[in-house]
Structure formats: structure tokens, C-alpha cells
Design a protein around this ligand. Structure first.
Ligand code: ADP
Ligand code: ADP
Length: 213
């Protein structure tokens, strides 16, 4: 099963991708996670990406397409995948199609998780995550059992610097201008499937299972 997850920041792509990847035994690839790791490790890629990410802008297509190309070349996506946060521009979607065709891989569905702007600002101001296992929590929707620490490994939860309201507003604008046109791109290819993101995480998951089969 080969899928792309689309949706504005905070729509629940990461939450659902982790769950579906486990359920189907496929790889979850988050370009946001890869970039945050690169920034943390101070790699060349991280140094180039840091400023864009802090401002809530997209990093240049060339940097990100290279990342995905490496993953495909290494065979990491052979047994099925969910791309979370990629593609984010029409040129990225076109590049992905070319890379997949070259490697005889078919994209089955682009799953769009639809959520309103107000809900997004609210969710992201309450987002905390585990820096060790990447699991995401939310105040007040999904709180950890013990205040401020991860249920799975006890690590101290942290926030993302780009979840500050001003940066979130810019990320929403960027989504509308640069990423939303991809919805039409996949609609034209007849593989776009939309699910309602403003339901409980369990019900969003059920809706996703229904559309991916
Ligand atoms: P979100 O939770 O907003 O969906 P991500 O974790 O996917 O955010 O991405 C965080 C940041 O990383 C983005 O704001 C952007 O700067 C950068 N980024 C991630 N994926 C891409 C991509 N495919 N193209 C360009 N920039 C990206
Ligand atoms: P994305 O990867 O699209 O940026 P996340 O999966 O990180 O989104 O979710 C953003 C925030 O919203 C997190 O704090 C997460 O716990 C919370 N969240 C995810 N799904 C739901 C939902 N269905 N209802 C309420 N909150 C949610």
C-alpha cells in the first residue's frame, strides 16, 4: 500500500500516519521529522532548512526532493509507505510521480484530512510531542497519563518552536497558496480521497481505513 497524506498543519497527518503504518506494516516517512532531525544534528541540510522552518515557510523543493530520492534509491519504500508532509508543492508532486514511475511504484491514494482554520490554531497551541519516540499529545484533547512525560518511554515532552500562533498563521497561508493546489493535482489523477478530520482520532482512523481499503 503506497499513500500520500495531505492536509493543513495540525490536521492529524502524523497522528494517523503512525497508526496506519503500524496497522498495515508499512513505512511512515515524515519530511518534517527528517528535517527536524537534521536541524538537531546540525547537518548541512539542517543548516539550510532551519531558517525556513522557524518562519513557517517551505524549504526549497530541491532539498526535499533529494531526500525522498535517497529513500527510494535505498529501497526503504519497497514494502509500502505513507508520505506525511510530502509533496507540499505541485513541482514536488510532479517530481514524486517521475521518481515513482522510474521505480515502477504506483501511488494508490492521496488521503486529504480536512480541518478548519480555527481548529488548527487551537490544536497546534496545545501540541506537545515526545522527542524520543515522536508520539504526539494534545491539551486538552489527548493528555499524557503523567503530566509532561511520554506514556511510552517517560521522556519529557517538548513543543515545536513553529507552533507559536504567529508562525502557525503563516503556515496556514503557505498551505493555502503552495500546498492546496496539490488537491486538484491528485483529484485529476482520480486518487484523491477526503476524510473529515474534525472527529475523534479513533473515528478519523476508521474513516481512513474505509477509503484506503
Ligand atoms: P506540519 O505539522 O505543519 O504539517 P511538518 O512537520 O510536516 O509540519 O513540517 C514542518 C516544517 O518543515 C514545514 O513548515 C516546512 O518548513 C518544512 N517541510 C516539511 N516538509 C516539507 C516539504 N515537503 N517541502 C518543503 N518544506 C517542508
Ligand atoms: P499534523 O501531522 O497534520 O501536523 P498532528 O498529528 O501532529 O498533525 O496533530 C496536531 C495536534 O492535534 C496534535 O497535538 C495532536 O495530538 C492533535 N490531534 C490529532 N488528531 C486530532 C483529533 N482528531 N482531534 C483532536 N486533536 C487531534
Amino acid at each position: 500500500m503506497n499513500l500520500v497524506f495531505l492536509g493543513p498543519p495540525g490536521s492529524g497527518k502524523g497522528t494517523q500516519a503512525v497508526r496506519l503504518a503500524k496497522n498495515k506494516g508499512i513505512v511512515h516517512l515524515s519530511t518534517g521529522d527528517l528535517l527536524r532531525e537534521a536541524v538537531k544534528n546540525g547537518t548541512e541540510l539542517g543548516k539550510k532548512a532551519d531558517g525556513y522552518m522557524k518562519a513557517g515557510d517551505l524549504v526549497p523543493d530541491s532539498l526535499i526532493v533529494g531526500l525522498i530520492e535517497d529513500k527510494i534509491a535505498a529501497g526503504d519504500l519497497k514494502s509500502g509507505f505513507i508520505l506525511d508532509g510530502f509533496p507540499r508543492t505541485v513541482p514536488q508532486a510532479e517530481s514524486l510521480n517521475e521518481m515513482l514511475q522510474k521505480n515502477e511504484i504506483t501511488l494508490e491514494k492521496a488521503v486529504l484530512i480536512a480541518v478548519s482554520d480555527n481548529e488548527i490554531v487551537q490544536r497546534l497551541s496545545g501540541r506537545w510531542f515526545c522527542p524520543t519516540c515522536q508520539v504526539t499529545y494534545n491539551y486538552p484533547a489527548n493528555v499524557p497519563k503523567n503530566e509532561g512525560v511520554c506514556d511510552h518511554d517517560g521522556a519529557k515532552l517538548v513543543r515545536r518552536p513553529d507552533d507559536e500562533e504567529k508562525v502557525v498563521r503563516n503556515r496556514l497561508e503557505v498551505y493555502k497558496k503552495q500546498t492546496q493546489p496539490i488537491e486538484d493535482f491528485y483529484r485529476n489523477e482520480s486518487i484523491l480521497a477526503e476524510v473529515k478530520g474534525e472527529q475523534t482520532p479513533d473515528n478519523v482512523f476508521k474513516s481512513i481505513l474505509e477509503v484506503v481499503g
